[in-house]
Design a protein around this ligand. Sequence first.
Ligand code: 0GY
Length: 311
Amino acid sequence: MEQPTTGNFTKTPGWLDWYASPSKPSFQLPAGAVDAHCHVFGPGAEFPYAPERKYTPCDASKAQLFALRDHLGFEKNVIVQATCHGADNRALLDALIHSNGKARGVATVKRSITDQELQAMHEAGVRGVRFNFVKRLVDFTPKDELMEIAARIKAWGWHVVIYFEAVDLPELWDFFATVHDDLATTVVVDHMGRPDVSLPVDGPQFVLFQRFMREHQNVWSKVSCPERLSVTGPKALSGEQNAYRDVIPFARAIVEEFPDRVLWGTDWPHPNLKDHMPDDGLLVDFIPHIAPTAELQHKLLVDNPNRLYWS
Ligand code: 0GY
């Protein structure tokens, strides 16, 4: 694969480049597998980063993403708008349009978006909008504007993707429940609502997230980002001990209880990682630890993403 570049922007200090030579996974992905959470960044020279961004990434182009898809053995991608591009979805739309139907998208939009623009996004392959509540990534998430957007996008059959940290779920619960219940909208949670995996899997924090999924039948979860959530980290210490082993019980509990409402993605090019950059091939090898049977793997990687994004 091509080496990462920084384009004509200056990367955030400490930012790690994505892994340029990922290994071939040992785990053979089922035919039709979808990488349901990944990003394109720029290239900044063509698609400038948003002035309000909290970080400047290293460029990660559509061609580089599609090369990774083929290398790992995925058939398709779901490309998610990241905060470094704000509500300027041009890089995302360009990637969707050039994907030969092999990518769908999740955009970030403002209240000022017109119906014509939404229609054009739909035709390009957008199927959802993302609302980001992670405080280090956005200054302000206006709930009234989000409700208005969530109501409008239903006309296109889109869903809502939310990104938040576990400590914030109690205060956000009512708002998310309103979007889900009152608007009857499917809600997809990024990275299991970012649990603190040093806490017990059956402790109050993660139990609250499980209750949220149990009580809201159209809430889905991405069981992604072990590299972001893990405290034990990437090193396989010995014998039975796996890389990111502390994340396994959390992700596996969600996959086993909600097998029809889970998605998996690489999160390439892994924004905001400063400790280590994962080898995407090894991330794919993590999948059988959280979805241990062929049936669970097929739902997670093929049936669920295709139902949500391609039907
Ligand atoms: C992710 C994670 C992160 C960043 C973003 O939109 C973003 O900037 O999503 C993060 O920093 O945790 O989902 O890719």
